[in-house]
Design a protein around this ligand. Structure first.
Ligand code: B12
Length: 212
């Protein structure tokens, strides 16, 4: 089966909470396309379709929840990071701001680690808490993942509080609201974004070339 043709069967397996079938499909997609493409082109679209189904009332919240859990397990198993060459780069951290959609962050983290970047993982953080952590750790590049618009708008609050403390880390944002509205990145005071987790490394490299 061509790997993109696995989206629909994977979606059905997730909705049926059929872990074994979901795992078999994910493994086949990895064999066909490699882990990163399998996640971005098969698992993420399957989850997006499940989200749309929930919005239109065909899918229950418990199905969305279980699908997210299963995908989290699959992604943890698929991304076995081998020892990449260590890079020298500014001090970096990543967080999910305000909301609890954690998979995007997980993918960005794996993708960067696989490319030799080292970064702190703040997990989920509220705006004030995030600013405190950035100050304490002297973070120079802050990556923020969100999936809900209200959380995306909170980035502005983070940027403002950082500014007030005289801190000027580069902020890279990502997640659905930024994919849907390309103007939002600048609006909230961020310096860059990428539609896919695998694009984060390129954005970081660009910001490093620009300098402080
Ligand atoms: C799974 C899921 C959940 C799970 C999350 C489990 C988990 N551990 O993460 C659970 C069940 C907990 C959940 C809860 C809720 N959810 Co929900 N959920 C989803 C769903 C189906 C998939 C999200 C997902 O994991 N996608 C896969 C990840 C990998 O995609 P991603 O985060 O976009 O990441 C990709 C890129 O954006 C990028 N990226 C992400 N972050 C970053 C960061 C950087 C720096 C960069 C460069 C790139 C990058 O890389 C990734 C791809 O490589 C979406 C549907 C959708 N269309 O997205 C709804 C969705 C996000 N949820 C939604 C809602 C409303 C909720 C709830 C409020 C429901 C409720 N009534 O309780 C709660 C809110 C919880 C909270 N406070 O956060 C809405 C949001 C609407 C909106 N835009 O505001 C959506 C869009 C569903 C819908 N169509 O209505 N949800």
């Amino acid at each position: 089966m061509e790997y993109r043709a696995m989206i629909a069967p994977l979606k059905n397996a997730l909705l049926a909470t059929d872990r074994d079938q979901a795992r078999a499909l994910a493994a086949a997609a990895v064999d066909a396309a490699g882990a990163e493409t399998a996640v971005e082109s098969v698992i993420v679209p399957a989850l997006e379709q499940i989200g749309q189904g929930w919005q239109s009332g065909e899918v229950s919240l418990s199905q969305v929840y279980m699908s997210g859990r299963i995908c989290e397990e699959l992604i943890n198993d698929l991304f076995v990071v081998e020892q990449p060459p260590v890079r020298t780069h500014p001090h970096m951290a990543i967080a999910v701001l305000e909301d609890f959609h954690m998979l995007g962050k997980r993918l960005v983290l794996s993708s960067l680690k696989a490319r030799g970047y080292t970064l702190l993982d703040y997990g989920h953080a509220e705006a004030q808490e995030l600013v405190n952590l950035v100050e304490k750790d002297g973070i120079e590049i802050l990556l923020i993942s969100v999936l809900m618009l209200p959380s995306a708008l909170k980035v502005q609050e983070v940027a403002r509080m950082l500014e007030q403390r005289g801190l000027h880390p580069k902020i890279i944002v990502g997640g659905a609201p930024f994919r849907l509205d390309t103007g939002l990145v600048r609006e909230v005071g961020a310096h860059g974004t990428a539609d896919q987790a695998s694009g984060a490394a390129e954005v970081i490299a660009g910001l490093m070339r620009e300098g402080p």
